[in-house]
Design a protein around this ligand. Sequence first.
Ligand code: PLP
Length: 426
Amino acid sequence: MNGSRSRHNNKKENTENSFVAPHIAVLPKSGIRDFFELVNSMDDVISLGIGEPDFVTPWNIRESAIYSLESGKTHYTSNLGLLSLRKAICGYMTSDYDLDYDPQHECIVTVGVSEALDLAIRAITSPGDEVIYHEPCYVSYSPEIRMAHGVPVAVNTYEKNDFALDPADLEKAVTPRTKAILLNFPCNPTGATLSYEQTEKIAKIAVRHNLVVLADHIYTELTYGEKTPSIATFPGMKERTIFLHGFSKAFAMTGFRLGYACGPAELIDAMMKIHQYSMLCAPIMAQEAALEALRSGRKDMLAMKAEYRDRRNVIVKRLNEMGLKCFLPEGAFYVFPNITSSGLSSSDFAVKLLMEKKVAVVPGTAFGACGEGFIRCSYATSMEGIKEAMDKMEEFLRDLKKIKINHEKDGKPACRVQVSHTCRGV
Ligand SMILES: Cc1ncc(COP(=O)(O)O)c(C=O)c1O
């Protein structure tokens, strides 16, 4: 007892009087979360900040979850997930992605893509291994890698390339410690996609340097132009790619928390071990609902996609018309306009727009330092809301211009935004 106490005390001293492990203590909290605490404290905000579909899950999918409960399906499933669902997922992989996976050994059902990503990173990463990803990117990537004691290596993407990952930049980041490349196209937060040629070049880099590829395909169904084949389909890639996907975005099922991973049996088996000891299995009613989504959800999915496409066209046109340069993204439900013409930083722009016009957008810096000069606007909100938000943003820019002109006349320095303490983390 005494022995364990003194070990415990030593531990506290070593971590500067904290019980929290140092590698967790240093993790920053998500910039999106901080910002939305502020948004949530205000009334009547039009939010272009949300990263989830505004549509309610189609009724037949909800009904199958209800039926699962009604019929007493309230127990654990196999650790890998219901075999019927794994078979349906593998069927979908064949029909929609031209990839054949064995439902018994090459597919695991997870709690969202979030868990699939965590399992994949933990399954492949030894302490000090480098994982390359592209920035601006989804907020979880770097923390996930660090939580697995890996080293996150960000490769910037640029507006001049419509935020596609330049394969040459990627290859420059490869070192003898590189273990994997993490890709997310269509991309959150930029909406960027990769061309066939770019994907092929990245595949060749992965093969040349013997790297694993984690392909986060969560937005692939929401591709408005021609869908680029998954990197897993290129020569030498299926055996080194973990295909991460889920139901949150395409089927409007964020609250169901259902995702999956397909990949080589050895890697899926390693992921299964972590899943088995941490999560055990995904909830059965969500699995039943996901099965229904794959059986009959395509029509609703395509209808939602058509609506997103219309909204994208409107928002991109309006942003460009008001002087916020924005390329036409081919995927996801985000646009990433350049706001440097406003003279404000990303954070100041977002806070001031929220305070003055009650429109919420996310500062580009929430997705990596190279997001400075940009904001993320989600068009997963009604067309009416988008139009109103665009009117208000236009008004906001007009007001800014007037203030600037008046200050120039008075010879005063241009106005600076006062950011309260609550906003500093944005
Ligand atoms: C790129 C990306 N990957 C993964 C996720 C997590 O999705 P899920 O709801 O399936 O956990 C998100 C959620 O926004 C995302 O944008």
